[in-house]
Design a protein around this ligand. Structure first.
Ligand code: SIN
Ligand code: MN
Length: 284
């Protein structure tokens, strides 16, 4: 198939950018019908009362939905999309399984920020994931612009270890809600983030709905409150190396996937991903 030929040709370049920056745009975009189908599933799930649906603090506004690939057939098909699986395997360097699936909805005018943090702080401290041998794929379901709370990453920060971990002797939280709320349990302090930005710059991940971006579990990243009239729903799939699964995970399965069987790609005609030349814009 021509799609695999394209992936094989671009993989080394993608991988070297990803390894160096900890973040890269992927030259593909899901088409409008696919995005609409995903939006419908997100709307259906958001209206359900289930633990996977998390609200903004003291509010009925849905902040995020989790683990949807375990109970929704479109999301289940998405994580098995052959090109996503192949790119994840290329970036990680071996077979992968789905560690996490979520959609952060960042509702218009009400969606709250994600402070500076590193995902691997949660996964190592809470789940005992051995190494940051995982990759996040971010797929916006809405146009992402400067004002609706885009993801901001600090390129190269993924190579510097984990910052500002709380002292182990301090009471650590085991309440998973503090891992998905605006008041995060593991943050990188603002002064440190500013210093890192001075040194390394920052990239604001903007782009059309359906676009694709990869970022590393240890990269320092954040996103601001959504003060605009436009929602910014961001679908995130985390693939982890099969040999990097936490031994005894305790957090809910919708945050830490328990099925570590390698994902094999399977085509689903409802999910159309096309190659694009320069679809995702990132500003320095
Ligand atoms: C966001 O949705 O802006 C935050 C995503 C993340 O922290 O992984
Ligand atoms: Mn994060």
């Amino acid at each position: 198939m021509s799609t695999s030929i394209v992936i094989n040709r671009t993989s080394p370049e993608l991988k070297s950018t990803y390894d160096k920056d900890g973040s890269c745009r992927l030259p593909y975009r899901f088409d409008d019908d696919t995005v609409e189908l995903l939006r419908q599933r997100v709307a259906d799930i958001s209206g359900q009362r289930r633990p996977e649906v998390v609200h903004e603090k003291d509010s009925d506004v849905v902040r995020a939905i989790h683990g949807c690939h375990e109970f929704d057939d479109v999301c289940a098909a998405l994580v098995r999309h052959p090109q996503l699986v192949e790119m994840a395997e290329t970036l990680i360097g071996g077979p992968v399984y789905v560690y996490q699936f979520k959609v952060n909805l960042k509702q218009a005018e009400e969606g709250a920020a994600w402070p500076w943090h590193q995902d691997f702080a949660f996964w190592s401290e809470e789940d005992a994931m051995p190494r940051p041998d995982a990759v996040n794929f971010a797929i916006p379901l809405d146009e992402v612009h400067e004002d609706n709370g885009p993801l901001v990453v600090i390129p190269g920060s993924h190579t510097m270890g984990l910052f500002d971990l709380p002292d182990k002797s301090e009471d650590s939280t085991s309440d998973w809600r503090q891992h998905v709320s605006n008041d995060l349990a593991y943050t990188v302090n603002d002064d440190r983030a500013e210093a890192l930005i001075e040194e390394k710059g920052k990239s604001v991940i903007l782009g059309r709905a359906g676009s694709l971006h990869a970022f590393h579990p240890s990269i320092v990243h954040s996103s601001s409150n959504n003060r605009s009239a436009d929602r910014r729903a961001l679908l995130l799939i985390t693939y982890n190396a099969v040999d990097n699964a936490p031994a005894n995970p305790t957090r809910p399965a919708f945050l830490v996937g328990r099925d570590t069987t390698p994902v094999t790609g399977r085509h689903d005609e409802r999910l159309v991903l096309a190659q694009v030349a320069d679809d995702i814009r990132a500003t320095a």
